[in-house]
Design a protein around this ligand. Sequence first.
Ligand SMILES: [Fe+2]
Length: 480
Amino acid sequence: MLKKEKILLIDPEETVRGVTSSVLKHYAVFPVESSESGLHQLSHEPFDLVLINLPLHQTHSFYLRLREFYKDLPCILLIPFHDLEAVVGLLKTGLCSFVLKPFTQQEMLNIVEESLKKVRLLNENVRFKLLMPLFEMTQSLSVRPKLEDVCSQILNLMIRENGSDFVSFSYQNSLSRQIFHEIKTTPSGNREGLLAFVAWIEKKFSGLENSLLITELENENPDVADRMRSNHCSSLMIYPLISKTHLMGFLICGKVSRNHYFTGNDNELFSIVGNQIAMMLENDSLIEDLEGAHFESLKALASAIEAKDAYTSGHCDRLVEYAIIIAEKLNLSTLERKMLKYGAALHDIGKIGIKDSILGKPGKLTPEEYEEMKRHPKIGSDILQNINFLRQVAPIIYHHQECFDGSGYPGGLSGEEIPVSSRIVAILDTFDAMTTDRPYRKALPVQRAIDELIKYSGKQFDPHLVRAFIEVVEETGLIQ
Ligand SMILES: [Fe+2]
């Protein structure tokens, strides 16, 4: 069923209010007796039209006040026939119509319908204006963008198109538990001041299931209204980003201007944006789950291969652990961190194609056997090339046996020609090999292993990355 359009009727005469309401029975009419009550009602909820039947001297001042706060709100003035000239200036705004008293029921209905037609057209224009950027945004969401890009797109859209003075987007990744939170304000906004306010709102509405529009004069949530006033916020829209199983985060928009509130239309569009984002985040999370499961299977395979290659158990897991810490230290992007983690775990997966007799050989390899062993980066890279989400890891695997001075294989690359993640994996792999027991020797103490890394800095390893890794070892004390 279509929602009835809302008309605010301001008329001091109770009988007239009753008659007018009954004439307009097909609309949702809210009758009030004074201009003050009218302004109060308007600050609580949006209306499509205001019908004003006040004494002439009050009509004039009230109308000007109304325009100050609600410049786009259509009005109909009910004017006695002999007073028409006195209000002619008001009628020039285009958003104001009139009915001369006395009038028939039909005249009243006609003018109301005419004014609401204008409202519908106006709303359609607003919607169209908002839907274009929304359409562009949803198109870009469908190609699995970076979360940082999504966030900045949403924040810009809300501020530009919705008249928001600030927008907050928060999200917690269900797998990594990483929290992503960004607040954007208009140039005059106080971003720092808003952080605590937004955190309070998110806690307060942690059980919210649908979009909520709320103003500073809200009766149902007086504590929220108090908080809003003390944070100079006049109107808020809150959207809980919910997946099928849990709350993922919040999208919150606010206005700070007194008496300029979000409308029902704003909230409707805000819900569409929120819904799109929630779907995008949930899809992203499902894909991550699948990738995670696939990665774990490959890691199990890589661990099985290590066992043949005389590595102690847990080599893959330890490399992943080191990779996460050094990625943090080097401030790598989310994608680079993920690829480094995968590269660290799967760097030797190509050994699956090497004969067991070579892999498990206790003594030195013959030149022929060594040449055979040198094929493992290529085999590993070929395996990963065929797996969509690991395609970007293939070059890391391909180059993990390169040396910083160009003496490695398979490409003989040197320095920064070698992908940074390959240079990192080379250090982590050697360090872990040295600091764990092997069938033919005991583990070296950490300090000895570090001395070896330093000794081969600039030859086998990137000196800058060796320094970073040593700092990590010292800072975290993780590696004993
Ligand atoms: Fe290797």
